[in-house]
Design a binder for this molecule. Structure first.
Ligand code: PLP
Length: 376
């Protein structure tokens, strides 16, 4: 009898080793990974990240945030480049979003945060309150007050919720958990201009879309906007737990000494892995190639699934792909797993693919052919 809470529905399988873009189970069966562990190991099992971790293990693992941390400075520099942001490191996406909500409130002196219906921002009280899905909140009592949920891709709906007390609008540029729904370009551009004109902060949750997932380092680069605040986690250290909140330096004084913190945030192991991950992502051509891979994969899927009656749409941005279907998701996932392909679901009717950006053409073709053999 398990001594664990039964809050996850776990498949009867355990991966004990990763090799490149493959996962091995205890029986030695190899599975092609089209999930990156829910968008985390965006580089697969990568030798450069592994070696950075091994080196750091021999030096020092942990140091509190009471001392200088050159690794945090290095990662912040690699994330920010010549842009005008400051970084705060934490341990997860939910925590990064908590930091975003806190800094937006403190810097503006206002309380209301407008997020979106069907959004997902995490499981802590703040990030759960930002989440626009009732099923995530059921049974937990009152959330944090002053959140409201606009219709996605609908600026008029946002405007109708704005009051004098509005601190920020918070959004995913591709809603991931609820079904891989990309935001429209005109909506995002107009929203960004509206927020700027009203002195409302724009928070972009890049926890799932960031770190190359959509073919750019951050998905907001596709939309030609610069958020006031954005958050990262998942792929930031390619599998070592970490989160980050980045905000324009003009908000810096809101996070002054003693105002916010984290024991583990920016831990040396996580930072060593994040730094190596960023080196790979920022290698010339890497993101361009991963953008091309995302386009190729989507094209191949559209082609291979064109005559499947159970497939209603293939959509996505870069390597964040949703296949909308009328078929039973549990059966599909199981059938693909039996054929050696690991995929995810999103919402109630979407097979979600978040493959490593390191897939070869052969690996993409192999995955597509398994997918095509399972859909009817
Ligand atoms: N934000 C988004 C967009 C996410 O997809 C997730 C997790 O799936 C989170 C926040 C929460 O991240 P974490 O599970 O690391 O707290």
């Amino acid at each position: 009898m398990s001594k664990l809470f039964q809050n996850y529905k776990r498949a009867d399988i355990e991966f004990i080793k990763a090799e490149g873009n493959y996962l091995l189970d205890a029986q030695g069966k190899r599975y092609l990974d089209f999930s990156s562990g829910i968008g985390v190991t965006n580089l697969g099992c990568h030798p450069q990240v592994k070696s950075a971790l091994q080196k750091q293990v021999d030096l020092i693992w942990h140091q509190p945030n009471l001392y200088q941390n050159s690794l945090q400075e290095e990662v912040a520099q690699k994330l920010i480049g010549d842009k005008d942001y400051l970084a705060f490191f934490c341990n997860s996406g939910a925590e990064a979003n908590e930091a975003a909500i806190k800094i937006a409130r403190k810097a503006s002196g206002k309380q209301k945060i407008i997020s979106f219906q069907n959004s997902f921002h995490g499981r802590t009280f703040g990030s759960m309150s930002a989440t626009g899905q009732d099923k995530i909140k059921e049974g937990f009592g009152d959330g944090v007050p002053h959140f409201a949920y606009a219709k996605y891709n609908d600026l008029a709906s946002v405007i109708s919720l704005v009051t004098d007390d509005t601190a920020a609008v918070m959004l995913e540029l591709v809603q991931g958990e609820s079904g891989v729904q990309p935001a429209r370009k005109d909506f995002v551009k107009n929203l960004s201009e509206f927020c700027q004109s009203q002195g409302i902060y724009l928070i972009v949750d890049e926890v799932q879309t960031g770190m190359g997932r959509t073919g750019k380092l951050f998905s907001f680069e596709h939309y030609d906007i610069e958020p006031d605040i954005f958050t990262l986690a998942k792929g930031l250290a390619n599998g070592v737990p970490v989160g980050a909140m980045l905000a324009k330096s003009s908000l810096g004084s809101a996070f002054s000494y003693g105002s916010h913190g984290s024991t583990f945030g920016g831990n040396k192991l996580a930072m060593a892995a994040a730094s190596a991950t960023l080196d790979v992502l920022k290698t010339p051509e890497f993101l361009k190639e991963s953008m091309e891979k995302g386009i190729y994969l989507q094209e191949q899927l559209r082609h291979a699934l064109a005559d499947k009656v159970s497939v209603t749409q293939v959509r996505g941005l870069g390597s964040m792909i949703g296949i909308e279907t009328t078929a039973c998701l549990t059966d599909l996932v199981k059938a693909m797993r039996e054929k050696g392909l690991i995929v995810l679901t999103a919402g109630t009717n979407v097979i979600r693919l978040l493959p490593p950006l390191t897939l070869s053409k052969e690996e993409m073709d192999k995955g597509v052919s398994i997918l095509a053999s399972v859909f009817f």
